[in-house]
Design a protein around this ligand. Structure first.
Ligand SMILES: Cc1ncc(COP(=O)(O)OP(=O)(O)O)c(N)n1
Ligand SMILES: Cc1nc(C(=O)O)sc1CCOP(=O)(O)O
Ligand SMILES: [Mg+2]
Length: 277
């Protein structure tokens, strides 16, 4: 009976996450993984669509919830390293409509990074926006983040999956390579990031990619992220080519008004649709 209750709570919470927060299951429309929580969550997601439901309590402490996969589109705001007003700046980006937030801090200051990642995880949970931690699987786990972003110098997807679980969002850098994208998709990536599409002051040495790559990568059936020197003025063609998310550092967190800068990207998504192939 107690187990049944936990399952029901998990299912209710998964349904709220999936429907209320604009997240849903991946290509199959469900929640990853196996076991009672996942089955319950999936059956609720399927059967509960369109029904009025009373608000369910969050899952009991310690109950493991399988998180839904990433879906949707919009600005993927990436923090720009140590700054005194990190929390305020992140909150402003979310206020402006960011759909995803990444904590990217390349310093070795472990205690500060943990404290900041935990604070951002709380902020994002309050707003219903997934927090992704860059590079560091252990930090993502310790902070209770929704997932991690991995590049070619970072951990393997299998290692991150084993540590973070089936419900975690694991994003992967593909740079300018469709072959790498195919490998990472097969390895279980939840989204594929390509770039750099424009010269980036944040990462001047980044390999360059062309929008045609996004058109080709659509066939892989995963959410696509474009990164590198993106602004509200140059991002439109990337969305038209198939980018579900525009990942941006300088044009958001380098702006005098972070909220207004994020809002410009949200507006860009509102008026731009992908072109059919
Ligand atoms: C969304 C997104 N895309 C690409 C990257 C770059 O990852 P990586 O190549 O590992 O480089 P660093 O960001 O770690 O310097 C990213 N972080 N996020
Ligand atoms: C972190 C990063 N990765 C890139 C890649 O091409 O993989 S480009 C990049 C920098 C993105 O910052 P900005 O929006 O300021 O250009
Ligand atoms: Mg990295």
């Amino acid at each position: 009976m107690a187990e049944r209750l936990v399952v029901d709570e998990a299912a209710d919470h998964a349904h709220e996450l999936a429907v209320g927060l604009g997240l849903h299951g991946g290509g199959g429309g469900g929640v990853h993984g196996s076991g009672a929580y996942v089955e319950a969550a999936n059956s609720v997601i399927v059967s509960g669509r369109g029904r009025a439901r009373k608000r369910a309590p969050p899952p009991r402490r310690g109950a493991r919830l399988m998180r839904p996969r990433l879906s949707g589109r919009g600005l993927y705001a990436i923090t720009d390293g140590p700054r005194a007003d990190l929390l305020d700046a992140a909150a402003a980006a979310l206020d402006g409509g960011a759909a995803l937030l990444q904590y990217r801090d390349k310093t070795a200051d472990g205690p500060r990074r943990l404290q900041e990642a935990r604070a951002l995880a709380r902020l994002c949970a309050d707003r219903g926006v997934p927090l992704i931690v860059n590079d560091d699987v252990a930090l993502a786990a310790a902070a209770g983040a929704a997932g991690v972003h991995l590049g070619e110098e970072d951990a393997a997807i299998a290692e991150a999956r084993a540590r973070l679980g089936d419900g975690a969002i694991i994003g992967a850098s593909c740079y300018d390579s469709l072959a790498r994208a195919r490998q990472l998709a097969a390895a279980g990536a939840d989204y594929l990031a390509f770039g750099a599409f424009f010269p980036s002051g944040t990462k001047p040495g980044a390999r360059r990619a062309a929008p045609a790559l996004l058109r080709e990568a659509r066939a892989l059936g995963l959410p696509l992220v474009a990164i590198g020197g993106i602004t509200p003025d140059n991002g439109g063609p990337l969305i038209e080519a198939g980018a579900d998310y525009l990942a941006v550092i300088a044009a958001v967190f380098g702006a005098a008004d972070v909220r207004a800068a994020a809002r410009r990207f949200a507006d860009l998504f509102a008026r731009t649709q992908p072109h059919s192939p």
